[in-house]
Design a protein around this ligand. Structure first.
Ligand SMILES: Cc1cc2nc3c(=O)[nH]c(=O)nc-3n(C[C@H](O)[C@H](O)[C@H](O)COP(=O)(O)OP(=O)(O)OC[C@H]3O[C@@H](n4cnc5c(N)ncnc54)[C@H](O)[C@@H]3O)c2cc1C
Length: 265
């Protein structure tokens, strides 16, 4: 089971509304022909701050304009564009770390209380592949957890037959699954919908994408960045996917300082 990323939703710019605004202001906006809608939304929002349209517009193209916003740390403008991803084949250990990101993120995750986990799958840490003894121990561990889950679930279902049972059936199921899931490991596969704006995604990539000892996190960060590079390269211009010696991906930010590129974690 490996990570799969689906891009469910992306920002859209309503050009008719933009044209209406420009008409009302008796001005115009020279757009960069190669830019994507999210990139244009960010540029437009930035231009609103200075009303830099018409003859107040500099010759900068969209990518330079956005690079300048980022360099100046005028990054709230990046919050106007969000993407919605569905991640599957990720572990609960990974999502526990992911949902710690509070600002500019929204999450909807598969519930272990509403969904029975007797057939749950598990995300195998890639590091195990080269070490059969470790892999075998891991496989035994998840098999035992599955077995324990099924037994706990089966035994507790007897509560349903208790005379005088007052709790609603759906709540009973929730309580049985809550007890049973307590034995499931961090490796349990989960699915999560993640919506995040460009600023929050940049922060996430910066702090999470380059941790050598966290391969699953690096893999997800690299897959997200690949998608974001297709969607809005100008907004993620300074992030790059490189490879460690073992061929696994790492996200590196190249901060531009006084014209020099400096790799940063
Ligand atoms: C290498 C590493 C090791 C970690 N180890 C642990 C660990 O051992 N235990 C653990 O519990 N967590 C750990 N974390 C999680 C970490 O502490 C953060 O909770 C997580 O990375 C989310 O980052 P964030 O708070 O910057 O993001 P967000 O919650 O998205 O916040 C984004 C930014 O908004 C600002 N902000 C958000 N909330 C506040 C606030 N209340 N007050 C002031 N500013 C705010 C900050 O500038 C913050 O960087 C680790 C993270 C990393 C990257």
């Amino acid at each position: 089971m490996s990570v799969q990323i689906y891009l469910l939703a992306r920002p859209a710019l309503d050009l008719e509304e933009v044209a209406l605004f420009l008409r009302h202001q008796k001005t115009n906006w020279r757009r960069s022909p190669e830019s994507s809608e999210p990139e244009e939304i960010v540029e437009f929002a930035g231009r609103i701050c200075y009303l830099s349209f018409g003859d107040r517009q500099s010759p900068r193209e969209n990518d330079e304009y956005i690079r300048n916003l980022v360099t100046m740390e005028h990054e709230s403008v990046l919050e106007h564009v969000s993407w919605t991803f569905l991640l599957t084949g990720v572990s609960r250990a990974f999502t526990h770390q992911l949902v710690r990101h509070r600002v500019g993120f929204a999450f909807s995750q598969l519930s272990q209380q509403y969904r029975d986990q007797a057939e749950a799958e598990f995300v195998q840490p890639p590091e195990l592949a080269r070490f059969p003894a470790a892999l075998e121990a891991w496989q035994r561990g998840v098999a035992a957890a599955t077995e324990a889950y099924r037994t706990i679930s089966k035994v507790l279902h007897q509560i349903e037959k208790d005379p005088g049972q007052e709790i609603q059936k759906s709540e009973l199921r929730r309580s049985i699954r809550s007890a049973a899931r307590s034995v499931l490991p961090n490796a349990t596969e989960t699915k999560i919908v993640v919506t995040a704006n460009a600023r929050a995604l940049r922060h996430f990539l910066r702090v999470r994408g380059s941790i050598p000892g966290d391969l699953e996190m690096r893999q997800v960060a690299a897959a997200l960045l690949q998608s974001l590079h297709r969607e809005a390269p100008a907004l993620f211009f300074d992030f790059h996917i490189e490879k460690l010696a073992d061929g696994t991906p790492i996200v590196v930010q190249h901060v531009v300082q006084d014209g020099l590129k400096v790799a940063s974690a």
